[in-house]
Design a protein around this ligand. Structure first.
Ligand code: SF4
Ligand code: F3S
Length: 104
């Protein structure tokens, strides 16, 4: 599966949802997640993210993010249509510790 990681938090550009062939993105207030059982590993979303937030779970040290994607994709609503990013999205691309500060 692919997973959405910290770099999405407070950026939430939503370009990813437009390209997913199985509509497996789910929306929280400050980030999106992928449902790991629905993702078919096609990889088309990875280069679409302007924040470089989407990674294959074969990369190292993504266990925490796989857990976050799994847990919250079960409770957050599905999102399939791009929406405007937060006005201040670009300000948060290089922000450290976004999970601790802003995860929701
Ligand atoms: Fe959707 Fe493919 Fe990205 Fe998985 S890898 S979330 S199926 S676009
Ligand atoms: Fe987040 Fe990137 Fe999608 S910032 S909403 S994973 S396009």
């Amino acid at each position: 599966t692919y997973v959405v990681t910290e770099l999405c938090i407070k950026c939430k550009y939503t370009d990813c949802v437009e390209v997913c062939p199985v509509d497996c993105f789910y929306e929280g207030e400050n980030m999106l997640v992928i449902h790991p059982d629905e993702c078919i590993d096609c990889g088309v979303c990875e280069p679409e993210c302007p924040a470089d937030a989407i990674k294959p779970d074969t990369e190292p040290d993504l266990d925490k993010w796989l857990d976050v994607n799994r847990e919250y994709s079960e409770v957050w609503p599905n999102i399939t249509v791009k929406k405007p990013a937060p006005e201040d999205a670009d300000n948060f691309q290089a922000e450290p510790d976004k999970f601790e500060k802003y995860f929701s």
